[in-house]
Design a protein around this ligand. Structure first.
Ligand code: UDX
Length: 446
């Protein structure tokens, strides 16, 4: 008989996972504590912008014309407990207020609510990013609370999806990692992931601690790569080198690789910044803080990029922000997303605004979220409108449509022709030909 799956928490991770599991052929029941989110999902709509996810949901949500009906949503824990053979826990683990450590309260409360309702055999699978040691602690909690006792097992199955590629990363992941402690968990998870594994996705079986650490290590490595190239950008600026050329040249070495070597205003989002901080905090608790002191440097190089952009803009505005208008292209933490959590772009826009400039932002998808977070910034309906009357134009999120802008057209409406590329993806020649003073991070001024 085919396994029945539930997905607890329908944010980025959960909504995508639920839809992907339905695509793989399973019957899936998604739960969220937010009734508004559940209503949206039941209508086959996604509460955020993620390419391809709307279509995937609509293909499977029950009640939508032409759908398979394999995917349903509920707010009832009883229903979830009664339905599922496998329960995926996909709630978020944000950074604690005023601390580096991660806030486990959503995970803890999901387990504490679900476990007492588990009266039949089931596998609880954590997917949230958690501090190492959590799986062992939660397994004990499940054993203590579940009426079905030993027949309920726990596994940890970290998720590596990238926003903007969430559907692809979930349907065709580059690896599946499961942390198990004997029992039938591995067998059950092999059944869940039979399709991608059959298609060649490596399936790595580890103990709880290793599985949890794989996620921490992967995000630390990616953050380190970005901060490395940003450190090189600082040196390039001091020495008159070009970090874009440098990244291309070192990237030809297979051992280094070309990916994640884009210098600019650095990394943000709901994962990398908080994950490296939570990892440092946890290592500290374990007495291994020395091993991760380099992550402090990674974090500070990254944060320094934002202040550096603010300083470059001040310079471009003739040394002071008062009475100046600044256009900001991009608000999300990366393109193809509407996510503005810890967005370097919005952070830079906010700092410049607080220091006295009039900042007008345009973003293709992130305007609503940005306006909610920073209601005091001005928002323009198009890039052209944002640039109108500006003394400096900042390119802070590398949306494709910004590369396709016509610098000559923008030149006609700007007050001053000064553009600062915070993502190193605009073509300096095109802008210079149209009369712009072009500055980028870690590149010569020319
Ligand atoms: C990341 C991890 O990639 C993913 O595996 C994990 O599951 C969650 O965290 P995501 O947050 O979606 O995914 O974004 P990612 O594509 O990794 O980019 C993170 C940030 O780094 C963005 O702000 C991006 O602009 C920045 N970045 C990325 C750079 O500044 N330079 C680069 O070369 C690459």
């Amino acid at each position: 008989m085919t396994l029945k799956l539930t997905v607890i928490g329908t944010g980025y991770l959960g909504a995508t996972h639920a839809a992907a599991m339905a695509e793989l052929g399973f019957e899936v029941l998604g739960l969220d504590v937010d009734p508004a989110k559940i209503e949206t999902l039941r209508a086959g709509r996604v509460p955020m912008y993620e390419p391809g996810l709307d279509e995937l949901l609509a293909r499977h949500v029950e009640g939508i014309e032409g759908s398979t009906g394999r995917l349903r949503f509920t707010t009832s824990w009883q229903e979830v407990a009664g339905f599922g053979d496998v329960h995926f826990v996909c709630v978020n683990t944000p950074q604690k207020h005023g601390e580096y450590a991660c806030d486990m309260s959503y995970v803890d409360s999901a387990i504490d609510t679900l476990a007492p309702l588990l009266t039949r055999p089931a596998l609880v699978v954590g997917k949230s990013t958690v501090p190492v040691g959590s799986a062992a602690r939660l397994a004990a909690r499940v054993a203590e609370l579940a009426p079905a006792g030993d027949a309920v097992e726990l596994a940890w199955n970290p998720e590596f999806l990238r926003e903007g590629f969430a559907v692809e990363d979930t349907l065709r992941p580059d690896r599946i990692v499961v942390g198990v402690r004997g029992g039938t968990a591995e067998k059950v998870l092999r059944e869940v992931y039979a399709k991608p594994v059959g298609d060649g996705t490596p399936f790595v079986v580890a103990d709880y601690a290793t599985a949890e650490l794989v996620k921490n290590a992967a995000n630390s490595f990616l953050s380190t790569k970005i901060s490395f190239i940003n450190a090189m950008a600082e040196v390039c600026e001091a020495a008159g080198g070009d970090v874009v050329k440098l990244a291309e040249a070192i990237g030809h070495d297979d051992r280094i690789g070309r990916k994640f070597l884009r210098a600019g205003i650095g990394f943000g989002g709901g994962c990398l910044p908080k994950d490296i901080r939570a990892f440092m905090a946890r290592a500290g608790e374990l007495g291994a803080d020395q091993a991760l002191t380099f992550l402090r440097e990674v974090d500070s190089i990254n944060m320094r990029r934002r202040s550096h952009m603010v300083e470059l803009t001040r310079e471009a505005c003739g040394g002071a922000f008062l009475g100046k208008r600044v256009a900001v292209l991009g608000a999300t933490f990366k393109p193809d997303s509407d996510d503005v959590r810890d967005s370097p772009a919005l952070n830079v826009a906010g700092q410049i605004h607080l220091q006295g400039a009039q900042v007008t932002v345009f973003d293709p998808k992130g305007m609503e979220n940005a306006a909610r977070l920073f209601p005091t910034l001005a928002y323009a309906p198009t890039a052209l409108d944002a640039v109108r009357g500006a003394h400096a134009v900042l390119h802070l999120t590398e949306w494709k449509q910004f590369r396709e802008l016509d610098p000559a057209q923008l030149a006609r409406v700007a007050a001053e022709r000064v553009v600062l590329d915070g993502r190193n993806t605009l073509d300096p020649e095109r802008w210079r030909e149209a009369g712009w003073t072009f500055r980028a991070m870690g590149r010569p001024n020319a």
